[in-house]
Design a protein around this ligand. Structure first.
Ligand SMILES: Cc1ncc(COP(=O)(O)O)c(C=O)c1O
Length: 473
Protein backbone atom coordinates (compact mmCIF):
# COMPACT_ATOMS: atom_id res chain seq x y z
CA UNK A 1 0.00 0.00 0.00
CA UNK A 2 1.39 3.37 -0.96
CA UNK A 3 0.57 6.64 0.61
CA UNK A 4 1.67 10.03 -0.67
CA UNK A 5 3.11 12.53 1.75
CA UNK A 6 3.56 16.05 0.64
CA UNK A 7 5.47 18.77 2.36
CA UNK A 8 6.90 21.94 0.90
CA UNK A 9 6.61 20.54 -2.58
CA UNK A 10 8.60 17.39 -1.73
CA UNK A 11 6.75 14.12 -1.95
CA UNK A 12 7.89 10.86 -0.54
CA UNK A 13 6.44 7.47 -0.10
CA UNK A 14 6.53 4.55 2.10
CA UNK A 15 5.85 0.97 1.21
CA UNK A 16 4.73 -0.53 4.48
CA UNK A 17 4.03 0.55 8.02
CA UNK A 18 6.62 -1.42 9.92
CA UNK A 19 9.03 0.24 12.33
CA UNK A 20 12.00 -0.47 10.10
CA UNK A 21 10.51 1.88 7.57
CA UNK A 22 10.19 4.80 9.98
CA UNK A 23 13.65 6.06 9.01
CA UNK A 24 12.29 6.88 5.61
CA UNK A 25 9.20 8.40 7.08
CA UNK A 26 11.34 10.59 9.32
CA UNK A 27 12.61 12.40 6.28
CA UNK A 28 9.09 13.56 5.70
CA UNK A 29 7.10 16.06 7.70
CA UNK A 30 3.51 16.02 8.87
CA UNK A 31 1.26 14.75 6.11
CA UNK A 32 -0.98 17.26 4.45
CA UNK A 33 -4.36 16.17 3.30
CA UNK A 34 -5.76 18.32 0.58
CA UNK A 35 -6.07 18.62 -3.13
CA UNK A 36 -3.65 16.31 -4.82
CA UNK A 37 -3.03 14.13 -1.77
CA UNK A 38 -4.84 11.12 -0.56
CA UNK A 39 -6.24 10.95 2.96
CA UNK A 40 -4.50 8.46 5.22
CA UNK A 41 -6.50 5.66 6.72
CA UNK A 42 -7.47 6.40 10.34
CA UNK A 43 -5.37 3.40 11.42
CA UNK A 44 -2.28 5.08 9.95
CA UNK A 45 -3.01 8.46 11.48
CA UNK A 46 -3.46 6.90 14.92
CA UNK A 47 -0.23 4.96 14.57
CA UNK A 48 1.68 8.12 13.64
CA UNK A 49 0.22 10.06 16.56
CA UNK A 50 1.09 7.30 19.00
CA UNK A 51 4.52 6.27 17.79
CA UNK A 52 6.24 9.12 16.10
CA UNK A 53 7.20 12.19 18.10
CA UNK A 54 7.44 15.45 16.16
CA UNK A 55 10.91 15.91 14.81
CA UNK A 56 13.16 18.55 16.30
CA UNK A 57 13.73 21.28 13.77
CA UNK A 58 14.87 24.85 13.43
CA UNK A 59 13.13 27.47 11.35
CA UNK A 60 14.76 29.41 8.54
CA UNK A 61 14.37 32.68 10.47
CA UNK A 62 17.55 34.49 11.43
CA UNK A 63 17.86 35.46 15.08
CA UNK A 64 17.88 39.19 15.76
CA UNK A 65 21.61 39.53 16.29
CA UNK A 66 21.18 42.19 18.98
CA UNK A 67 19.78 39.52 21.26
CA UNK A 68 22.94 37.46 20.93
CA UNK A 69 24.82 40.41 22.46
CA UNK A 70 22.78 40.29 25.68
CA UNK A 71 24.37 38.95 28.81
CA UNK A 72 21.23 36.87 29.34
CA UNK A 73 19.54 37.81 32.62
CA UNK A 74 22.60 36.66 34.51
CA UNK A 75 22.12 38.27 37.91
CA UNK A 76 18.89 36.99 39.45
CA UNK A 77 19.01 33.47 37.97
CA UNK A 78 22.57 33.17 39.28
CA UNK A 79 21.49 34.33 42.74
CA UNK A 80 18.64 31.80 42.64
CA UNK A 81 21.06 29.05 41.58
CA UNK A 82 23.48 29.77 44.42
CA UNK A 83 20.60 29.96 46.87
CA UNK A 84 19.29 26.60 45.68
CA UNK A 85 22.72 25.01 45.94
CA UNK A 86 23.09 26.31 49.48
CA UNK A 87 19.69 24.87 50.45
CA UNK A 88 20.60 21.51 48.95
CA UNK A 89 23.65 21.42 51.20
CA UNK A 90 21.77 22.86 54.21
CA UNK A 91 18.11 21.85 53.88
CA UNK A 92 17.40 22.96 57.44
CA UNK A 93 18.58 26.56 56.82
CA UNK A 94 16.03 29.37 56.94
CA UNK A 95 17.18 31.96 54.45
CA UNK A 96 16.22 35.63 54.71
CA UNK A 97 16.03 37.53 51.46
CA UNK A 98 17.20 41.12 51.45
CA UNK A 99 17.73 40.65 47.75
CA UNK A 100 14.80 41.31 45.55
CA UNK A 101 13.37 44.81 45.09
CA UNK A 102 9.75 43.65 45.26
CA UNK A 103 7.25 45.00 47.78
CA UNK A 104 5.98 42.66 50.50
CA UNK A 105 3.29 44.61 52.38
CA UNK A 106 -0.40 44.32 51.41
CA UNK A 107 -2.11 47.07 49.44
CA UNK A 108 -3.78 49.36 52.02
CA UNK A 109 -7.59 49.18 52.34
CA UNK A 110 -8.68 52.44 50.71
CA UNK A 111 -6.46 51.86 47.68
CA UNK A 112 -7.59 48.24 47.53
CA UNK A 113 -11.22 49.41 47.54
CA UNK A 114 -10.39 51.48 44.45
CA UNK A 115 -9.29 48.28 42.72
CA UNK A 116 -12.35 46.29 43.78
CA UNK A 117 -14.60 49.19 42.77
CA UNK A 118 -12.88 49.14 39.38
CA UNK A 119 -13.54 45.41 39.03
CA UNK A 120 -17.16 45.61 40.22
CA UNK A 121 -18.02 48.43 37.81
CA UNK A 122 -17.16 46.10 34.97
CA UNK A 123 -20.01 43.82 36.03
CA UNK A 124 -22.63 46.56 35.55
CA UNK A 125 -24.23 47.95 32.42
CA UNK A 126 -23.50 51.55 33.39
CA UNK A 127 -19.95 50.96 34.61
CA UNK A 128 -18.70 48.58 31.96
CA UNK A 129 -15.83 49.80 29.80
CA UNK A 130 -13.72 48.06 27.21
CA UNK A 131 -10.67 49.48 25.47
CA UNK A 132 -9.83 52.87 26.82
CA UNK A 133 -7.58 55.66 25.56
CA UNK A 134 -4.03 54.44 24.93
CA UNK A 135 -2.82 57.38 27.04
CA UNK A 136 -5.01 56.45 30.02
CA UNK A 137 -8.12 57.74 31.76
CA UNK A 138 -8.19 61.51 31.53
CA UNK A 139 -9.30 61.74 35.18
CA UNK A 140 -6.17 59.83 36.25
CA UNK A 141 -3.89 61.91 34.03
CA UNK A 142 -5.39 65.01 35.62
CA UNK A 143 -4.89 63.66 39.12
CA UNK A 144 -1.27 62.70 38.43
CA UNK A 145 -0.62 66.17 37.00
CA UNK A 146 -2.09 67.93 40.02
CA UNK A 147 -1.31 65.57 42.88
CA UNK A 148 2.22 64.45 41.93
CA UNK A 149 3.41 67.46 39.94
CA UNK A 150 1.46 70.32 41.54
CA UNK A 151 0.14 71.21 38.05
CA UNK A 152 3.67 71.83 36.75
CA UNK A 153 2.77 69.42 33.95
CA UNK A 154 -0.37 69.29 31.83
CA UNK A 155 -2.64 66.21 31.96
CA UNK A 156 -2.05 65.86 28.19
CA UNK A 157 1.68 65.32 28.88
CA UNK A 158 0.97 62.34 31.15
CA UNK A 159 0.82 58.87 29.55
CA UNK A 160 -0.60 56.23 31.90
CA UNK A 161 0.92 52.79 31.43
CA UNK A 162 1.42 49.31 32.83
CA UNK A 163 4.66 50.28 34.56
CA UNK A 164 8.00 52.00 34.30
CA UNK A 165 9.92 49.03 32.95
CA UNK A 166 7.53 48.69 30.01
CA UNK A 167 7.69 52.43 29.36
CA UNK A 168 11.48 52.35 29.23
CA UNK A 169 11.27 49.69 26.51
CA UNK A 170 8.67 51.72 24.60
CA UNK A 171 10.77 54.87 24.88
CA UNK A 172 13.65 52.93 23.34
CA UNK A 173 11.33 51.96 20.49
CA UNK A 174 10.76 55.67 19.89
CA UNK A 175 14.49 56.45 19.81
CA UNK A 176 15.49 53.52 17.60
CA UNK A 177 19.00 52.29 16.92
CA UNK A 178 20.71 55.44 15.69
CA UNK A 179 21.00 57.25 19.03
CA UNK A 180 23.91 57.18 21.46
CA UNK A 181 23.18 56.56 25.14
CA UNK A 182 24.73 57.11 28.55
CA UNK A 183 23.82 55.31 31.76
CA UNK A 184 24.85 55.63 35.38
CA UNK A 185 27.26 52.91 36.43
CA UNK A 186 25.89 51.07 38.37
CA UNK A 187 22.31 51.22 37.16
CA UNK A 188 19.00 49.37 36.85
CA UNK A 189 19.87 46.82 34.11
CA UNK A 190 16.82 47.59 31.92
CA UNK A 191 18.37 50.74 30.40
CA UNK A 192 21.37 48.82 29.08
CA UNK A 193 19.45 45.69 28.07
CA UNK A 194 16.84 47.64 26.08
CA UNK A 195 19.63 49.66 24.44
CA UNK A 196 21.19 46.38 23.33
CA UNK A 197 17.87 44.95 22.13
CA UNK A 198 17.05 47.88 19.87
CA UNK A 199 20.55 47.89 18.42
CA UNK A 200 22.09 50.97 19.99
CA UNK A 201 25.25 49.08 21.02
CA UNK A 202 28.02 46.86 19.84
CA UNK A 203 29.17 43.79 21.77
CA UNK A 204 30.21 43.65 25.40
CA UNK A 205 33.90 43.87 26.20
CA UNK A 206 34.68 40.84 28.34
CA UNK A 207 37.44 42.62 30.26
CA UNK A 208 35.55 45.82 31.12
CA UNK A 209 32.04 44.31 31.11
CA UNK A 210 30.93 47.38 29.17
CA UNK A 211 29.05 47.46 25.87
CA UNK A 212 30.67 49.17 22.96
CA UNK A 213 28.62 52.28 22.19
CA UNK A 214 27.30 52.94 25.71
CA UNK A 215 28.81 55.68 27.85
CA UNK A 216 29.06 54.49 31.46
CA UNK A 217 28.92 57.38 33.94
CA UNK A 218 30.70 56.11 37.03
CA UNK A 219 28.84 56.81 40.29
CA UNK A 220 30.57 55.74 43.47
CA UNK A 221 31.40 56.89 46.96
CA UNK A 222 34.30 58.98 45.60
CA UNK A 223 31.97 61.25 43.57
CA UNK A 224 28.96 61.19 45.91
CA UNK A 225 27.23 58.87 43.43
CA UNK A 226 26.86 61.66 40.90
CA UNK A 227 28.89 61.48 37.68
CA UNK A 228 31.64 63.92 36.93
CA UNK A 229 29.90 65.42 33.90
CA UNK A 230 33.08 67.19 32.76
CA UNK A 231 34.41 63.73 31.88
CA UNK A 232 31.22 62.51 30.17
CA UNK A 233 31.14 62.72 26.37
CA UNK A 234 27.98 63.93 24.65
CA UNK A 235 25.29 61.34 23.99
CA UNK A 236 21.80 61.74 22.55
CA UNK A 237 20.09 60.05 25.49
CA UNK A 238 21.02 60.06 29.19
CA UNK A 239 19.32 57.54 31.47
CA UNK A 240 19.31 58.82 35.02
CA UNK A 241 17.61 57.24 38.04
CA UNK A 242 17.03 59.08 41.33
CA UNK A 243 16.55 57.90 44.02
CA UNK A 244 18.83 55.34 42.56
CA UNK A 245 18.52 51.63 42.24
CA UNK A 246 20.91 50.16 43.38
CA UNK A 247 22.97 52.84 45.19
CA UNK A 248 20.10 54.45 47.12
CA UNK A 249 21.55 57.89 46.28
CA UNK A 250 19.07 60.72 45.65
CA UNK A 251 20.42 63.58 43.54
CA UNK A 252 20.32 67.02 45.15
CA UNK A 253 18.72 70.03 43.49
CA UNK A 254 22.16 71.39 42.58
CA UNK A 255 23.13 68.08 40.99
CA UNK A 256 19.92 67.92 38.96
CA UNK A 257 20.44 71.52 37.83
CA UNK A 258 23.89 70.50 36.64
CA UNK A 259 22.45 67.50 34.80
CA UNK A 260 19.78 69.62 33.08
CA UNK A 261 22.35 72.26 32.11
CA UNK A 262 24.58 69.50 30.69
CA UNK A 263 21.71 68.01 28.65
CA UNK A 264 20.64 71.42 27.34
CA UNK A 265 24.19 72.34 26.39
CA UNK A 266 24.56 69.07 24.45
CA UNK A 267 21.04 68.99 23.04
CA UNK A 268 20.46 65.62 24.75
CA UNK A 269 17.32 64.04 26.19
CA UNK A 270 17.33 62.84 29.80
CA UNK A 271 15.16 59.81 30.56
CA UNK A 272 14.64 60.31 34.27
CA UNK A 273 13.46 57.30 36.25
CA UNK A 274 11.64 58.49 39.38
CA UNK A 275 10.15 55.12 40.39
CA UNK A 276 11.45 55.62 43.95
CA UNK A 277 10.50 59.29 44.33
CA UNK A 278 8.02 58.75 47.21
CA UNK A 279 10.89 57.49 49.38
CA UNK A 280 12.48 60.93 49.41
CA UNK A 281 12.29 62.22 52.96
CA UNK A 282 14.67 65.16 52.68
CA UNK A 283 12.49 68.16 51.68
CA UNK A 284 15.38 69.80 49.83
CA UNK A 285 15.69 66.86 47.40
CA UNK A 286 13.48 67.23 44.29
CA UNK A 287 10.97 64.44 43.72
CA UNK A 288 10.90 65.11 40.00
CA UNK A 289 13.35 66.39 37.43
CA UNK A 290 10.51 68.51 36.11
CA UNK A 291 10.97 70.73 39.18
CA UNK A 292 14.19 71.96 37.58
CA UNK A 293 14.07 75.01 35.32
CA UNK A 294 14.68 74.08 31.72
CA UNK A 295 13.93 70.36 32.19
CA UNK A 296 10.71 70.59 30.18
CA UNK A 297 12.76 71.03 27.01
CA UNK A 298 15.19 68.16 27.69
CA UNK A 299 13.62 65.50 29.92
CA UNK A 300 11.13 62.68 29.99
CA UNK A 301 10.10 61.34 33.39
CA UNK A 302 9.21 57.68 33.92
CA UNK A 303 7.29 56.82 37.07
CA UNK A 304 5.29 54.03 38.67
CA UNK A 305 2.73 53.07 41.29
CA UNK A 306 4.71 49.85 41.91
CA UNK A 307 6.71 51.07 44.87
CA UNK A 308 4.26 53.81 45.88
CA UNK A 309 1.40 51.48 46.63
CA UNK A 310 2.54 47.88 46.32
CA UNK A 311 1.35 47.75 42.69
CA UNK A 312 4.26 45.64 41.44
CA UNK A 313 1.78 42.92 40.50
CA UNK A 314 -1.18 45.21 39.70
CA UNK A 315 0.93 47.01 37.05
CA UNK A 316 0.36 50.74 36.75
CA UNK A 317 2.77 53.54 35.96
CA UNK A 318 3.09 56.69 33.91
CA UNK A 319 5.50 58.69 31.81
CA UNK A 320 5.52 62.45 31.42
CA UNK A 321 6.64 63.66 28.01
CA UNK A 322 6.39 67.46 28.07
CA UNK A 323 4.88 68.93 24.91
CA UNK A 324 7.85 71.31 24.79
CA UNK A 325 10.35 68.46 24.32
CA UNK A 326 11.21 68.22 20.61
CA UNK A 327 13.44 66.23 18.30
CA UNK A 328 16.01 68.03 16.15
CA UNK A 329 13.49 68.41 13.31
CA UNK A 330 10.97 70.06 15.63
CA UNK A 331 8.66 67.05 16.03
CA UNK A 332 7.31 66.80 19.58
CA UNK A 333 8.69 63.67 21.24
CA UNK A 334 5.21 63.20 22.75
CA UNK A 335 3.79 62.72 19.27
CA UNK A 336 5.97 59.66 18.62
CA UNK A 337 5.59 58.34 22.14
CA UNK A 338 1.80 58.62 21.84
CA UNK A 339 2.00 56.73 18.57
CA UNK A 340 3.90 53.89 20.25
CA UNK A 341 1.46 53.84 23.18
CA UNK A 342 -1.43 53.43 20.77
CA UNK A 343 0.32 50.85 18.63
CA UNK A 344 2.41 48.64 20.91
CA UNK A 345 0.14 49.04 23.92
CA UNK A 346 -3.59 49.33 24.38
CA UNK A 347 -3.94 51.35 27.55
CA UNK A 348 -3.51 50.33 31.18
CA UNK A 349 -6.04 48.01 32.81
CA UNK A 350 -9.21 49.90 33.68
CA UNK A 351 -9.25 48.15 37.08
CA UNK A 352 -5.68 49.24 37.85
CA UNK A 353 -6.50 52.82 36.81
CA UNK A 354 -9.35 52.96 39.34
CA UNK A 355 -6.79 51.82 41.90
CA UNK A 356 -4.52 54.64 40.71
CA UNK A 357 -7.27 57.19 41.26
CA UNK A 358 -7.71 55.87 44.81
CA UNK A 359 -3.94 56.17 45.39
CA UNK A 360 -4.03 59.87 44.67
CA UNK A 361 -6.98 61.10 46.72
CA UNK A 362 -6.40 62.25 50.31
CA UNK A 363 -7.06 58.88 51.92
CA UNK A 364 -4.89 57.07 49.37
CA UNK A 365 -2.00 59.49 49.77
CA UNK A 366 -2.10 59.05 53.55
CA UNK A 367 -1.95 55.27 53.09
CA UNK A 368 0.99 55.59 50.73
CA UNK A 369 2.87 57.72 53.25
CA UNK A 370 2.36 55.06 55.94
CA UNK A 371 3.51 52.31 53.59
CA UNK A 372 6.63 54.22 52.61
CA UNK A 373 7.32 55.05 56.29
CA UNK A 374 7.29 51.32 57.00
CA UNK A 375 9.93 50.58 54.35
CA UNK A 376 12.01 53.61 55.24
CA UNK A 377 12.06 52.45 58.87
CA UNK A 378 13.33 49.07 57.62
CA UNK A 379 16.00 50.91 55.66
CA UNK A 380 17.06 52.82 58.80
CA UNK A 381 17.29 49.56 60.71
CA UNK A 382 19.51 47.96 58.07
CA UNK A 383 21.60 51.07 57.52
CA UNK A 384 22.28 51.73 61.19
CA UNK A 385 22.84 48.04 61.89
CA UNK A 386 25.49 47.82 59.19
CA UNK A 387 27.05 51.12 60.21
CA UNK A 388 27.34 49.94 63.80
CA UNK A 389 29.51 47.07 62.56
CA UNK A 390 31.87 49.44 60.81
CA UNK A 391 30.69 48.74 57.28
CA UNK A 392 30.80 51.59 54.83
CA UNK A 393 27.11 52.16 54.05
CA UNK A 394 25.33 54.39 51.51
CA UNK A 395 21.70 55.05 50.62
CA UNK A 396 18.76 54.04 52.77
CA UNK A 397 17.74 57.61 53.72
CA UNK A 398 15.71 58.64 50.70
CA UNK A 399 15.52 55.20 49.12
CA UNK A 400 14.69 51.60 50.04
CA UNK A 401 18.17 50.35 49.12
CA UNK A 402 21.33 50.11 51.23
CA UNK A 403 24.55 50.01 49.26
CA UNK A 404 27.36 48.47 51.29
CA UNK A 405 30.94 49.04 50.23
CA UNK A 406 33.54 46.30 50.72
CA UNK A 407 36.59 47.98 49.19
CA UNK A 408 38.58 45.63 47.00
CA UNK A 409 36.41 42.55 47.57
CA UNK A 410 34.40 40.90 44.81
CA UNK A 411 30.69 41.42 45.43
CA UNK A 412 30.05 37.75 44.61
CA UNK A 413 32.46 36.72 47.39
CA UNK A 414 30.69 39.04 49.81
CA UNK A 415 27.32 37.68 48.65
CA UNK A 416 28.60 34.15 49.44
CA UNK A 417 29.91 35.25 52.80
CA UNK A 418 26.55 36.69 53.89
CA UNK A 419 24.82 33.57 52.60
CA UNK A 420 27.17 31.10 54.29
CA UNK A 421 27.66 32.89 57.58
CA UNK A 422 24.26 34.54 58.10
CA UNK A 423 21.87 32.78 55.70
CA UNK A 424 21.03 36.23 54.35
CA UNK A 425 20.56 36.76 50.62
CA UNK A 426 21.85 40.05 49.18
CA UNK A 427 22.45 41.23 45.62
CA UNK A 428 26.04 41.49 44.36
CA UNK A 429 26.70 45.00 43.08
CA UNK A 430 28.56 43.70 40.02
CA UNK A 431 25.17 42.75 38.57
CA UNK A 432 24.34 46.45 38.13
CA UNK A 433 27.49 47.39 36.27
CA UNK A 434 31.25 47.32 36.64
CA UNK A 435 31.29 50.10 39.26
CA UNK A 436 29.30 47.82 41.57
CA UNK A 437 32.22 45.37 41.72
CA UNK A 438 32.87 45.75 45.45
CA UNK A 439 29.39 46.64 46.72
CA UNK A 440 26.35 44.62 47.75
CA UNK A 441 22.75 45.83 47.81
CA UNK A 442 20.35 45.22 50.68
CA UNK A 443 16.66 45.80 50.05
CA UNK A 444 14.36 47.26 52.72
CA UNK A 445 11.26 45.76 51.07
CA UNK A 446 11.46 42.68 53.30
CA UNK A 447 9.00 42.43 56.21
CA UNK A 448 10.17 44.20 59.42
CA UNK A 449 10.81 40.96 61.32
CA UNK A 450 12.97 39.65 58.48
CA UNK A 451 15.06 42.84 58.56
CA UNK A 452 15.49 42.58 62.33
CA UNK A 453 16.45 38.91 62.17
CA UNK A 454 18.87 39.55 59.28
CA UNK A 455 20.60 42.25 61.29
CA UNK A 456 20.74 40.04 64.37
CA UNK A 457 22.46 37.31 62.34
CA UNK A 458 24.84 39.72 60.64
CA UNK A 459 25.74 41.30 63.97
CA UNK A 460 26.34 37.89 65.48
CA UNK A 461 28.57 36.84 62.58
CA UNK A 462 30.46 40.10 62.13
CA UNK A 463 30.28 41.60 65.63
CA UNK A 464 33.58 43.10 66.65
CA UNK A 465 34.77 43.43 63.07
CA UNK A 466 35.79 47.01 62.52
CA UNK A 467 37.43 46.61 59.15
CA UNK A 468 35.05 44.61 56.91
CA UNK A 469 37.60 44.74 54.11
CA UNK A 470 39.64 42.24 56.12
CA UNK A 471 36.77 39.82 56.62
CA UNK A 472 37.02 36.59 54.73
CA UNK A 473 34.92 33.45 54.67
C1 LIG B 1 14.74 51.98 38.83
C2 LIG B 1 13.54 51.17 38.50
N1 LIG B 1 12.73 51.60 37.52
C3 LIG B 1 11.64 50.89 37.18
C4 LIG B 1 11.33 49.71 37.82
C5 LIG B 1 10.15 48.91 37.37
O1 LIG B 1 8.99 49.53 37.68
P1 LIG B 1 7.59 48.92 37.23
O2 LIG B 1 7.20 47.91 38.25
O3 LIG B 1 6.69 50.10 37.22
O4 LIG B 1 7.76 48.33 35.88
C6 LIG B 1 12.14 49.25 38.84
C7 LIG B 1 11.80 47.98 39.52
O5 LIG B 1 12.49 47.44 40.33
C8 LIG B 1 13.28 49.99 39.18
O6 LIG B 1 14.12 49.58 40.14
Amino acid sequence: MFVSWVHSGISCWKGSFVDADLSLERRCYAPLVGPGTRAQPRRVRRRRQQQQPLLAMTTQVQRNENFSKLQGGYLFPEIARRRRQYLERHPEASLISLGIGDTTQPIPPHICSGLTHGAQRLGTKEGYSGYGDGEGLYALRQRIASSIYGDRVKPEDVFVSDGAKCDIARIQMVFGNQVTVAVQDPSYPVYVDTAVMVGQTGRIDASTQQYDGIVYMRCDAANDFFPDLRQVPRTDIIFFCSPNNPTGAAASRAQLEELVAFARYNGSIIVYDAAYAPFIRDPSVPRSILEIDGAHECAIEVNSFSKYAGFTGVRLGWTVVPSTLRFADGTPVAKDFGRVMNTAFNGASNIAQQGGLACLDDAGRAEIERLIDYYIENARLLREGMESLGFSVHGGRNAPYIWVHMPGRSSWDVFTEFLERCQVVTVPGAGFGPAGYDYVRLSAFAPREACREAMRRIQEAFGGVTDPARVSV
